[in-house]
Design a protein around this ligand. Sequence first.
Ligand SMILES: NC(=O)c1ccc[n+]([C@@H]2O[C@H](COP(=O)([O-])OP(=O)(O)OC[C@H]3O[C@@H](n4cnc5c(N)ncnc54)[C@H](OP(=O)(O)O)[C@@H]3O)[C@@H](O)[C@H]2O)c1
Length: 338
Amino acid sequence: MRQIVITKKGGPQVLKVLEVADLLPSSGEVRISVKASGLNFADIMTRMGVYPDAPPYPCVMGYEVSGIIDKISSGIDPSWLGKEVLAITKYKGQAEQVIVPIDQVFEKPPTMSFEQAAAFPVNYLTAYLILSAMGSLQSHETVLIHNVGGGVGLAALEISNHIGAETFGTASQRKHEFLKKKGLKYAIDYRNQNWKDELMKLTNGRGVDLVLDPIGGKNLKQSYQSVSSTGRVGLFGLSVVTEPGLGGTFQKLKMLFQTPIFHPFQFLLSNKGVFGVNMARLWHEKKKVRIWADILLSGQKEGWINPHVDKVFKFDQVGEAHQYIESRQNIGKVILVP
Ligand SMILES: NC(=O)c1ccc[n+]([C@@H]2O[C@H](COP(=O)([O-])OP(=O)(O)OC[C@H]3O[C@@H](n4cnc5c(N)ncnc54)[C@H](OP(=O)(O)O)[C@@H]3O)[C@@H](O)[C@H]2O)c1
């Protein structure tokens, strides 16, 4: 079977599709014959050598797949064999086969394509965790979704619309029309405008109740300044370290230097809060993750969740897929298929 391997830190040329022996599941695990794998920003950051939670090189990335269970281990209910599923994987999902503990596997709704199913786990669980589980977004509130045209951003827009909150989002100008059609109320071109000044104008100086910040660094400071009393900021990424510039270590140091440090008294005096979200560090909270996934999969059946697959690349085109995201072209999810 074939796997996409990041052989070392570098440009898209370090990505190789390599043949390895078939995998066998151990007790409590199943093998999925992969039909589609999600490509995430974390995979790009891993290849660039700036992702803090990356496994050592050479590595196979991939946090999510859809496919068919083609082998089960002892103790697994035989009815799983042959089922169409989606799964959260601890790396290694960008391969023709992946081994997954059964408690990370979910039945794929028949109304979802394999590509849509692979676009679901990371984006929607992350968005739900920030907006609902931790951010407690309410229908009478306002939310600013940074990079609303990305995978997590679009998922967050759908969930916010379902909650009934008023939505603001930052994205490259060319994505605005699409986002408006998806229900975004106010789109801000953060690459050519000062997004904070624009947001303050649009909200008559009040700011918003919740900000989703995947950028970090000095953007986090502005996000904090943009929330009103009782407002919250959810930090869930540090994409600022991938900006073209000084490269790896220097970029990380610059980001650390620009990141604000918060004292809890600040929160006490201003009725504000900041929290962090990292799906890759929630493997011990499987019960909660399943509850959230069930809510979201029901949402798909009810019609308020509709994963948007922007582009599908074959494994052999993985370099192009990385470049597509890196050059900010994607609207929603990029998928890899064997
Ligand atoms: N903590 C978690 O559990 C978790 C889970 C998933 C994702 N994340 C984080 O969330 C962020 C978005 O992830 P995603 O998978 O939704 O991303 P994505 O679909 O790959 O979207 C990336 C988009 O972000 C924007 N962007 C902002 N800064 C960028 C940069 N320096 N280089 C390239 N694009 C940049 C671009 O759109 P515009 O320029 O149009 O805005 C780009 O199209 C990333 O920081 C990722 O690490 C965190």
